[in-house]
Design a protein around this ligand. Structure first.
Ligand SMILES: *Cc1c(COP(=O)(O)O)cnc(C)c1O
Length: 397
């Protein structure tokens, strides 16, 4: 099969929602993927921050294959050893005592919203969930409602009720929106799809303190920033705060679909039997994969290593600030973004990097985003940054 044939099938049969790059990927090894023409790309997209261990990681692949041979799926009507082992490990590592396992980020956030609503009902009536402008929380109706996308809000209206928004990183606005009917605040510490936009330390610390003083639940969407991406297991750890609920997905099982909603004992037990569920959530295959990812992060030294490579990445990118069409360089650990001025197109930079064997992608605000496997090496980073430096040097504005 060639690209033309593959594109034909997509155009004829897939619902026309995606805009895809013109390459067909066939296999991966280490931190690289190969297309059907045999071209190699160092991958700074990683299946959108999902392939934490890169490709064909021997230990991970073995754990997954062993589990496939043993048991893939039996539903949550039954216990499995691997789910039991995993939830204990995840709760120990995170300091949360309750978890619900699902299959994606949107579902993890949907679970968090439902859990918050159950908690509000048990504690004095329905309340509003307050989220940030610029946020991305998923594509189900409820998570879309707290995702900043006016066009889709219009397209999918009427939307669920009980949601409101505050201005990104604006504490005064946040304070004015934190009215008595607000029961929970929902945010990403670094808005991933929103252009790798971090909240300031001050904003997070103050917003958290205000929520605590008013008994408002603080929910952090760690779908993109969790599992070591920012140099700590969870991004909230950078700010000395302890959310009531966090959500995980993307990298949690190294590329096998999985999501998780974690909560404190008090909040996590607001659900009663039958309040929520999932056919596939936390199945044996996903748990075996997630269990191995967590092992390698915590016991295999990957978390420390990713923190160091992340620092190095930040220092390397800082050299590019000399170009006047680079407006901002942002991020933490192994989630980094370069916002380009309107004079140049981030999509064109993405294409030129691909010609040189590097995959990156573009998010909101003309921002190039870098979210490689946590196993990315300093050499691979240096190679990509040099290529980008050359592209910048040859760019006339
Ligand atoms: C990707 C993402 C989601 C949605 O995850 P899906 O698995 O695509 O449903 C939610 N929140 C954040 C912060 C994300 O980056």
């Amino acid at each position: 099969m060639n690209l033309t044939k593959i594109k034909e099938a997509e155009e004829k049969h897939y619902m026309p929602v995606f805009s895809r790059e013109n390459i067909v990927l066939e296999r991966g090894e280490g931190n690289c993927v190969y297309d059907i023409g045999g071209n190699k790309y160092v991958d700074f997209v990683a299946g959108i921050a999902s392939n934490l261990l890169g490709y064909a990681h021997p230990e991970y692949t073995k754990a997954v294959c062993d589990q496939v041979n043993k048991l893939i799926h039996v539903s949550n009507h039954y216990y499995t050893e691997i789910q039991s082992e995993y939830i204990s490990k995840l709760c120990d590592a995170s300091g949360f005592s309750r978890v619900f396992l699902c299959n994606s980020g949107a579902e993890a956030n949907e679970c968090a919203i439902k859990l918050a609503r159950c908690y509000f009902k048990n504690n004095g009536g329905a309340k509003t969930v307050l989220a940030s402008e610029g946020a991305f929380h998923g594509r189900t109706l409820a998570t879309l409602t707290i995702t900043d996308n006016a066009a889709q809000h219009e397209r999918y209206s009427p939307l669920p009720q009980g949601f409101a928004s505050f201005k990104y990183n604006d504490f005064d606005d946040f304070k004015s929106k934190l009215t008595n009917d607000v029961g929970a605040v929902f945010l990403e510490t670094i808005q991933g799809e929103g252009g790798v936009r971090p909240f300031s330390n001050d904003f997070l610390v103050n917003a958290y303190a205000l929520c605590k003083s008013k008994g408002v639940l603080f929910i952090v969407d760690e779908v993109q920033t969790g599992m070591g991406r920012t140099g700590k297991l969870f991004s909230f750890e950078h700010y000395g705060i302890k959310p009531d609920i966090i959500t995980l997905a993307k990298g949690i099982a190294g590329g096998i679909p999985m999501g998780a909603c974690l909560a404190s004992e008090e909040v996590g037990t607001a659900f009663k039997q039958g309040d929520h569920g999932s056919t596939f959530g936390g199945n044996a295959l996903a748990c075996a994969a997630a269990n191995k990812v967590l092992d390698i992060l915590l016991n295999g030294g990957l978390l420390e290593r990713a923190a160091k490579t992340g620092e190095f990445f930040g220092q390397s990118l800082a050299h590019l600030s000399k170009y006047n069409f680079i407006d901002d360089i942002r991020g933490k650990g192994l989630i980094r973004g370069i916002q380009l001025s309107e004079k140049v197109s981030a999509a064109a930079f993405e294409g030129r990097l691909r010609e040189r064997g590097y995959l990156v992608n573009v998010t909101r605000n003309n921002t190039l985003r870098f979210i490689p496997p946590l196993t990315i090496t300093k050499e691979e980073i240096t190679g990509m940054v040099s290529a980008l430096d050359e592209i910048c040097a040859s760019t006339n504005v």
